[in-house]
Design a protein around this ligand. Structure first.
Ligand SMILES: Nc1ncnc2c1ncn2[C@@H]1O[C@H](COP(=O)(O)OP(=O)(O)O)[C@@H](O)[C@H]1O
Ligand SMILES: [Mg+2]
Length: 282
């Protein structure tokens, strides 16, 4: 797994004024991702486990400290995803929302095959790509070399990657930095290049996991258009973003995760509104 989670976070923020009136209707195809009663549990050994264990006997304080995490013998189990089920179809762009720690990234990593479920089942048609290529890219190599590595990882023939190099570099918009090692890039530049590589061919299932509020308005708009194109070409896109405006602009459906369970699953307007109400009370 990638050394640093943040490496593949990418925020697709959209200014409310950029919002299109409505997503074009696309007929939904066959299921692309089926998740059935999925559970993912992390096993952690560490200071938090020891602290929560406290005086040894399970007591109220230990319970409070461990907040839903069960502590056994210096190990903490964190049940990040607890019985999630849904069916995603070709042509859907699904927004995942929920407060920090609600299990969004864990769910995407499990779908991408980067984390083993502790129970339940996941079926994916085609190759899922979690902002595709992050895991295979090599920070000490140039952007140019990484375009090749990432493209190969996505299953593109070498000649096709070479043919598309200019398009990828243009889309990323990082100029001559493409010829510098990726570890010299700012987080935003890295995120743009990864996005450009991952979306160069239409992936069956593309997952974009939030965060860095980087990229200017024009890059965000280009990204939105590209995501919409993937959806229209019958791919399935999962988008995690803290920006409800982005989610509404890009998604045909929204799943709200709360403490590892699906709290609501439905049309973007209804689900984001309910979530907004919920977060007001926090
Ligand atoms: N690598 C990990 N090891 C242990 N616990 C983790 C790890 N990654 C996430 N968690 C925990 O799992 C829960 C869900 O996290 P995450 O899936 O990252 O949520 P989100 O993406 O919604 O913020 C949180 O309690 C988080 O602390
Ligand atoms: Mg996350």
């Amino acid at each position: 797994m990638a050394a640093n989670n943040r490496d593949y976070e990418f925020d697709v923020e959209v200014d409310p004024e950029d919002l299109p009136t409505e997503l074009e209707h696309t007929d939904l195809g066959a299921p692309s991702v089926i998740v059935k009663d999925l559970h993912v549990t992390y096993h952690v050994v560490g200071s938090r486990a020891k602290q929560a264990q406290g005086s040894g006997k399970p007591n109220i304080l230990a319970k409070i400290l461990s907040k839903g995490k069960s502590v056994t013998g210096g190990r903490t189990q964190i049940k990040a995803v607890r019985g999630v089920s849904f069916v995603a179809r070709h042509g859907e762009s699904i927004g995942l929302i929920g407060t920090n720690g609600s299990g969004k990234s864990t769910l995407l990593k499990a779908i991408a095959g980067l984390l083993q479920p502790s129970a339940g089942e996941i079926y994916v048609s085609g190759t899922p790509s979690l902002l595709g290529v992050s895991a295979v890219l090599m920070p000490d190599l140039t952007g140019e070399r990484n375009v090749m590595i990432g493209g190969l990882a996505l299953g593109l023939p070498k000649a096709e990657i070479e043919a598309k190099f200019d398009e990828i570099a243009d889309f990323a918009g990082i100029g001559d930095a493409i010829y510098l090692p990726m570890n010299t890039y700012s987080a935003g530049m890295g995120a743009r290049l990864r996005f450009a590589i991952s979306t160069v061919s239409t992936p069956d299932v593309l997952m974009i996991d939030e965060a860095l509020a980087t990229g200017d308005a024009s890059f965000r708009e280009k990204s939105r258009i590209r995501i919409d194109k993937i959806r229209k070409e019958a791919g399935t896109v999962f988008v995690v973003s803290h920006s409800l405006a982005s989610i509404k602009a890009m998604c045909s459906r929204v799943i709200w995760l709360d403490k590892g369970v699906v709290r609501m699953d439905g049309d973007p307007e209804t689900v984001t509104e309910a979530y907004r109400e919920f977060t007001k009370k926090l």
